[in-house]
Design a binder for this molecule. Sequence first.
Ligand code: C2E
Ligand code: CA
Ligand code: CA
Length: 696
Amino acid sequence: MQVFGRLRIGLKLGLAFAVVLLLLTGVIAFGLVQVQRLEESSDKLAAGTLRRAILAHNAQNAAQAQAARLNSLFLLDKQIARIPVYVEIDRQNKILTSALEQLASHPADEHERRLLDQVGQSRARFTEALNTTVDAVELDLEGARAPMLRQALPALETLLGDTDALVTLQAVRLDNQTAEIRAAETASKRWMLVLGLAAVSVGCLSALAITRSIVRPLVAALSFADGIAAGRLDGTLPAVPGDEIGHLIDGLERMRSGIVEREERITQLAYRDALTDLPNRTLFSERLHQAVATASRAGHATSVLTMDLDRFKHVNDVLGHESGDELLRAVASRLTKTMLRESDTVARLGGDEFAILLPTQGSQDALLVAERILRTLETPITLEGQPIDVGASIGIASFPEHGKDASELMSRADAAMYLAKRTNSGAMIFCEAPGDSRRDSLSLLGELRQALEQNQLVLYFQPKVGLASGLTQHVEALVRWVHPERGMVPPDRFIPFAEQTGYIKAITRWVIENACMEIARWERSGLRVGVSINISAHDLTHQDLPGIFAAQLSRFAVAPEALCLEITESAIMDDPRSALAALERLHQMNLRLSIDDFGTGYSSLAYLKRLPVQELKIDKSFVLNMASDADDAAIVRSTIDLAHNMGLKVVAEGIETEQIWNLLRAWGCDYGQGYYVSRPLPAADLEAWYQRQAAA
Ligand code: C2E
Ligand code: CA
Ligand code: CA
């Protein structure tokens, strides 16, 4: 069967037909032979046995006829009347003689020969008796009766008996041969039937085998081809037979690999950005759709970042398009290296626009990634031997937080990116515009964007008093939001969200600008006051923070020593390495640095020692209960000693009572801040407070 399967279809069909034809020819030939044989048998029957039977019968008839004529002789008195009888007897005698001679010429067998001999003898006796009787009759009719009865009749009876035996023998022969012919006929019929059936079965079997060996691979080839048509290019190749279908399947396989190759090329052309070899907008959008579908099924978040370079147009204009292309390629490679997960996608959407898909991460993780990207872009890219600073603005939107489908996420990430660009904040998470959200706090935060533009933010200042001297050389700037409808909004209601969305950078810049402006104003009115500014973790990652300080300080002609930056312990511990680098740069600008909320984080002292800070602010949670809680008191007291050992000034915040004030002063704490001295005050009230202090 396997050998058969390897033959070509034409050969297969030819072979099968040949076998069937051969069988048919055999059956026909066999039939012809059988018919021939039957013909011969019936010829033999007709020419032999049947003839002999007739001859025997004739002989018997002739004998009987002679007997009858013999009897009739005695009824005829006149001789003239007996003459026709003698003629008839003679004729019958000739018939008898002829029949017996013919039979005797070719006796069928020994038995017949002996019987014929016997008939011959009895006939001779009868003829003799007949002649005697005839002679007697012609002499004396009545006298002849006795010899006839005595001689002729017994001889005749013997002759009749013998011819009868001969007739019987031939009849039996005839019966036997007829039966033989019939049996042969039946046998031939049976053989013909068997051979016919055999031919039909062999025909059916070979038809089946051919059908199987042709139709099965054909069906397999067909479904393989259907698979290719439906785009299943990795289907398993059906078994390849050695015939034309094998060639067909080989052809299909070549077609498939051709399609795969071409599809890959097309995909490359359709899905890749030729300049950077990154996925292009089409592929990005497909993956984003997929990511959103998967995320909504699996119930996790997915984030998209869109990024726009800040100074690309400038590079293009000044250094030319080739440098622009090179810059884009350099940015692409840095972006790719920043990605930590295989599943993340970095794409170039066009121009200097890039996008990143983080299929399993939420907006906070995305913000960390964005900050990592901004940091990698801080190292200038060298083009034509010239280092180029490429800043970027990144917008972030996450599913399901900011949008329920890909296009909504893209447009929201874009919105966040434009806001980040406009406010120069580096990276920002999308936040909803007023009215977009049902949740009060969110919509409140959504209005933050307008708050800056419409000057709704106000700085309050809280004095930081020298505990020993009672002098106030510094105040802490604390931001307030004077909302047109909600009134005064405390920072705890919007700073955390601004930090989460990256919008804090815009706020910080605003605070820096306004603090410098106030310092300059106070100075002009003869008041020398330094300002402490609160800096968030995200501000530290903003590559341009030192630049912002430098710009505002020089704009208002303020000395850097007039500013102190309060950075919380946890902000530093978020990313200690880059925090250290940022603090170093700020320190080099002669800005004072202070660790805020000390005691609430988990910083190691060994690490703090390496930071270029000058001040440590003990968190108010320890100070508030110091008088009643011995543990808190112990913490505060040892922190003061520790800070002094490290050469740091110590500030205690949250002093609400005179008792605590006195305790801290007794323990050598350098500065104190709290409601006991003053609540945070608007700039104008602070001047009045100074005047009251001076008067006291
Ligand atoms: P912080 O930096 O620890 O600021 C001190 C907070 O303690 C201020 O709250 C101040 O009003 C409050 N405070 C001062 N003395 C006392 C006292 O005796 N008792 C009590 N119970 N509280 C006292 P405020 O102004 O609501 O600010 C809260 C937080 O908001 C600040 O904590 C700071 O983390 C953040 N924040 C305020 N302004 C800014 C800003 O301009 N930039 C940034 N990044 N964060 C800011
Ligand atoms: Ca502070
Ligand atoms: Ca604090």
